[in-house]
Design a protein around this ligand. Structure first.
Ligand SMILES: O=C(O)C(=O)Cc1c[nH]c2ccccc12
Length: 707
């Protein structure tokens, strides 16, 4: 079950010729694919492209009706390899994933498809999650475009441009027999706007029809001698054809004034930020009517030598606004300007930050510096004062952490308890929500090497004494952990423990179903147990614990795995449902039950303030966001007591941790009964009577001793 449902929005994907489509960037992309006669679509979810995959998934029936094949690929490598369908057949195909990580994973297939070239248009839609909102290493997909010679579109975040780039992207791919990448930053994915729709088009050839009439062309297969010819073809045919198409179709744009002796060259994807920066300097308005010329690169690779020459001719200096490092575009512009015999100065990273996100403010600062150097008359009068520095104490910290009720929390609580007994462990962490164990209060995890690579990251550790621990999510396990981690550990006779967090979904990417998910979606085969898979590749010591919230049980199994005399790789599958997905699943059911007057029981935990000692070790071992502190009601004690807030979902970990760690008995479980039955009411009255009797008894005893 995905984080967001697009069932309502996808109705708009049926709009026809001339109607106005209004919505988010990712929906516009999907609509543009359908209008382009795409024959097949695939991909792997990851921020900020997760929602695009969810849109595809929700629209899969509509696509099937048009004869378009869609599937959620097992990984980005799978998705990229799917583009093989466009090598021999005039089939348009689109795949999507998160870059740069997904492109890393896909790069084997991408190199192959880029070498052999394509007949049908191949479009790779990339969510480029760069900047301060990103959760991954800061790298540029641009490097992949250059090394494999694939074209890179970086459209201005405006719906008509994005839609046009999808459609032209296919044509460009076909005209130059080259795969085309379409990069969408997170804001472009979710920018809202309008464009004029066209009719959806059935693919002229479907994948089923192509399969019926196989075509084989050994010149397109990456195998000597054809691979040597591909290199020549890339340079002599595909590159010139690409440049020609981009120029003839004016994929790059011009904004602002025409003639000037300075100008700006910008990646399309950050045009809006540039324009905002210029607006703040009174050099543009909200519509991009700038008072200096701007050349917008909706195609950042390849650059078009004639366009660069024409833009730079007669200009003393140009500023290149290029996010991320190294400055590939700036380097190439210098070469092209030199080759054109011009002496235009190219500014870029000398006035803009070398790395980091190009926010409107960073760009405003860079443009100001550029103007001071090359057009002092148009520079802002004074250097703007830096914003007042905030002391770290005045900025509330909000480290990422496990959600309330997350089933992964008790796994790490149990590990902390084991570490107390046998000492610190080396822990090879993985991509997924479980990576939050690195942060307080757990401080568990020494490295992370990539998706599903937790076990591989521990493979150099061949312990003689203490075993190392690897963490892997169920998402990572099916993405590639089964072979690169578990299979490798079997083959190389590891003696480490892998804990596979089986929460039922690819939770970190937004709750998509995977092979071991418990849901039974109509067109997929789920419920494939992870334990069966690891035993299948030779794991002898495998345990599945079905309730991670049982902290004592988790602790005992982890201890057993780390201390048992048995040698060989060990796998502990720790199961409990992702709480976010569970809430999404249950909330509508509960709401319906409450409305229809059915009896509903919800559980919450609480802390008895009279018993709580106020030492807060429960918080240190759990870190649940619903576990907080409040003033001690006892006037003789000063330490604040622990307190469970109303966001509690009743997972019970706080209490379990406290008991497993023998901390204190102050946690209690309350059952909130809505629409109680007669039996509930009678039981409630009897309890009240007993409690009242005991309380009155206590009060009388206290009153007797009072003075
Ligand atoms: O959803 C995200 O933000 C992720 O980083 C998950 C992810 C999806 N595909 C990947 C490939 C390599 C590393 C992480 C991911």
């Amino acid at each position: 079950m995905a984080e967001r449902s697009f069932k309502a929005e996808i109705e708009r994907l049926k709009l026809g010729e001339g109607e106005t489509f209004h919505g988010e960037g990712i929906l516009a992309v999907t609509k543009a694919l359908l209008e382009s006669g795409v024959a097949y679509v695939g991909g792997y979810q990851g921020s900020p492209i997760s929602h695009l995959m969810d849109v595809f998934s929700d629209a899969s029936e509509l696509m099937a009706g048009l004869g378009v094949h869609f599937e959620s690929s097992a990984s980005e490598a799978t998705a990229a390899a799917m583009l093989a369908a466009s090598v021999n057949y005039p089939l348009r195909g689109a795949v999507a994933w998160k870059s740069v990580v997904g492109t890393n994973v896909a790069s084997d297939a991408l190199s192959n498809v880029a070498s052999g070239g394509v007949t049908g248009g191949a479009l790779i839609i990339l969510g480029e999650d760069y900047g301060e909102g990103s959760s991954i290493m800061q790298e540029r997909t641009h490097a992949f475009a250059m090394k494999s010679q694939m074209w890179l579109l970086d459209p201005r975040p405006s719906l008509p441009v994005i839609v046009d780039m999808v459609q032209k992207g296919f044509e460009l791919s076909e005209a130059s027999n080259t795969p085309v990448m379409l990069e969408l930053r997170v804001r472009a994915c979710h920018v809202t706007g309008s464009f004029t729709a066209r009719d959806n088009r059935r693919p002229p050839l479907t994948v089923a029809e192509a399969a019926d009439a196989p075509v084989r062309d050994t010149d397109r297969i990456v195998l000597p001698p054809a691979n040597f010819l591909h290199e020549v073809e890339k340079i002599e045919k595909r590159w010139p054809a690409g440049i020609d198409f981009i120029r003839r179709n004016a994929l790059n744009e011009h904004f602002g004034t025409e003639d000037d002796d300075i100008g700006i060259i910008v990646q399309g994807g950050i045009f809006n930020s540039l324009n905002r920066g210029l607006e703040l300097l009174d050099l543009s308005d909200a519509y991009g009517n700038a008072s200096l010329p701007i050349y917008v690169l909706n195609v950042t690779y390849p650059l078009i030598p004639d366009e660069v020459r024409d833009f730079c001719a007669g200009k003393r200096a140009v500023l290149v606004v290029e996010e991320g490092q190294p400055e590939f575009i700036e380097h190439e512009l210098n070469t092209l300007i030199r080759r054109a015999g011009l002496d235009t100065t190219v500014c870029g990273k000398d006035v803009l930050p070398r790395a980091g996100e190009y926010t409107a403010d960073a760009i405003r600062e860079g443009v100001s510096k550029f103007l001071r150097q090359h057009a002092p008359g148009r520079a802002p009068a004074a250097q703007s004062a830096p914003p007042p520095a905030l002391s770290p104490a005045s900025v509330p910290q909000r480290p990422a952490g496990f959600c309330t009720g997350c089933p992964e929390r008790p796994i790490f609580s149990a590990m902390k308890l084991v570490q107390k007994e046998i000492g610190e462990l080396h822990v090879s962490a993985d991509i997924g929500c479980h990576l939050f164990s690195i942060l307080p209060p757990f401080h568990i995890g020494n490295t992370t090497m990539g998706y599903g690579l937790g076990t591989a990251g521990a493979s150099a550790f061949k312990p003689e004494g203490k075993r190392a621990v690897a963490i892997m999510g169920d998402g990572g396990f099916w993405h590639n952990g089964l072979t690169s981690g578990i299979g490798n550990a079997v083959f190389n006779q590891d003696d480490n423990l892998t804990i596979i967090v089986d929460n039922g979904y690819s939770a970190a990417t937004g709750g998509q179903d995977i092979l071991s998910s418990r849901a039974k979606p109509p067109h997929r085969k789920t419920n494939n147990p992870i334990e069966r898979a690891v035993r299948g590749v030779g794991i002898a010591w495998a345990r599945t614990r079905t309730r991670t919230y049982d902290v004592a049980g988790m602790r005992d199994t982890i201890r057993e795995a780390l201390t048992s005399p048995e040698k060989g790789p060990k796998v502990l599958i720790a199961q409990s449902e992702c709480q976010l997905n569970r809430q999404r699943r249950l909330k509508p059911q509960i709401a319906r039950a409450l409305k229809s007057g059915q009896r509903v029981v919800r559980e919450r935990f609480g802390v008895d303030p009279d018993t709580c000692t106020g030492d807060h070790s429960c918080i240190r071992l759990s870190g649940c966001p619903s576990l907080s502190i409040r003033t001690n009601p006892d006037p003789l004690r000063q330490d604040p007591v622990a307190h469970v807030e109303n966001s509690c979902v009743g997972c019970g970990v706080c209490g379990e941790v406290s008991h497993a760690a023998i901390l204190c008995p102050s946690f209690y479980k309350a059952r909130i009964i809505s629409n109680p039955s007669r039996g509930d009411r009678i039981r409630h009255r009897m309890r009240q009577w007993v409690i009242g009797f005991l309380q009155r008894h206590d009060e009388r005893k206290l009153a007797a001793r009072a003075f």
